[in-house]
Design a protein around this ligand. Structure first.
Ligand code: SAH
Ligand code: AVI
Length: 335
């Protein structure tokens, strides 16, 4: 995301189109989000700012950590049920919100392209490097695929996705729904619901409630990759708003809040200091031990999700879990 350009469309090859909506998308909100988030108490920053090129690479490393089970669990489910879901839904377009590297997406694209040669894949991600890399890889891998990448914010830019009359499968994998709080989830689900025609389907991956030990290990890996990912949000703020926030002055903190069923990730200042954010004309003072909340990662149960889907006029029509019941895929359709 850092260093991204203005709105525009770049034809990179006959079958790849990449739209870039940054200045009026994700980056349009960074000044307001940082002013509000670091100006208020308690301090907080939205998780979408983790993902510049370095942040996207760090997340990719997280997915391969022994402690971080969600990616492997979701891959296992997809390998088992993706073909069945695709054959029932019959999509000729796959829209994926926040695909990252889109490694797991192969499980959906393989059967979609078998069904419909020339199907369209529409990945929407704030990370420009992620969109460009996946577009290169997938266009090499799948002959005939049409890729319409969108570099933008799935909280703001969904209305821009042109409906083309094709039957759509919309995928939101990885547990990213859990990075919203309940109010944001409802707003997001309702907005996504509005993209769906009667025959379209929405497939959502969510992490499930489980024991604290397993959860906390996943967000406190022994190699410190998650800690670096967490600190990366400070680098993104610095790069975009000419700041001098010092990542080395913050400890990584991640714990499970059992009552709220969510992991909270924070950065804790281990000494009192202040930072300057020139782009906002703002000095930020940190007390010793003061924290910035950088992410929540909510964990779910089937009944809780079913209620949330219903509130967004979505019917749960399929529920798929892995062998250990760690993670689930929900298949929904508009009511
Ligand atoms: N779906 C992938 C990646 C999950 S990481 C997987 O399951 O492994 C979350 C992804 O969502 C990242 O690629 C990040 O860049 C993207 N993302 C986060 N917030 C976003 C937003 N508001 N709009 C668009 N993309 C966003
Ligand atoms: C993208 N999202 C679902 C990840 C999660 O588990 O909440 C982001 C992450 N944060 C720390 N590790 C991984």
């Amino acid at each position: 995301m850092a260093g991204g350009g203005c709105t525009g469309a770049i034809e990179t090859a006959a079958e790849i189109l990449i739209d870039v909506h940054l200045r009026d998308g994700a980056l349009a909100t960074i000044a307001d989000d940082v002013r509000e988030g670091l100006g208020g108490t308690p301090k907080e920053l939205p998780p979408k700012y983790f993902y510049d090129e370095r942040g996207s690479q760090l997340f990719e490393q997280i997915t391969r950590l022994p402690e971080y089970y969600p990616t492997r669990a979701e891959q296992q489910i997809l390998d088992r049920v993706a073909a069945e879901i695709v054959s029932a839904a019959g999509p000729s377009e796959l829209v994926e919100l926040g695909p990252g590297s889109a490694r797991k997406t192969h499980a959906l694209l393989d059967p979609i392209l078998q069904l419909s040669q020339g199907a369209t894949y529409v990945p929407v991600d704030v990370s420009e490097s992620a969109i460009r890399e996946l577009a290169d890889r997938l266009s090499d891998h799948y002959e005939g695929i049409r890729i319409h990448g969108v570099v933008g914010d799935f909280e703001r830019d969904l209305e821009r996705l042109r409906a083309n009359g094709d039957r759509r499968l919309v995928a939101f994998l990885g547990g990213t729904l859990g990075n919203f709080d309940q109010r944001q989830r409802l707003a997001f689900l309702r907005r996504t619901r509005r993209m769906l025609g009667p025959d379209d389907r929405l497939l959502i991956g969510t992490d499930l409630v489980k024991d604290r030990k397993r959860l906390e290990a996943a967000y406190n890996d022994s190699d410190g990759v998650t800690a670096e990912f967490n600190r990366n949000v400070l680098r993104v703020v610095n790069a975009n708003l000419d700041g001098d926030l010092d990542p080395a002055r913050f400890d990584h903190v991640a714990f499970y809040d059992e009552r709220r069923r969510r992991i909270e990730m924070r950065l804790r200042a281990h000494e009192a200091h202040s930072a300057r954010i020139e782009g906002l004309g703002m000095d930020v003072v940190f007390e010793h031990g003061e924290e910035i909340r950088t992410e929540i990662s909510c964990k779910f149960t089937r009944p809780a999700l079913e209620r949330e889907y219903a509130a967004a006029s979505l019917d749960l029509i399929g529920w798929y879990s892995d062998d250990e019941n760690l993670f689930a895929l929900s298949l929904t359709r508009p009511t």
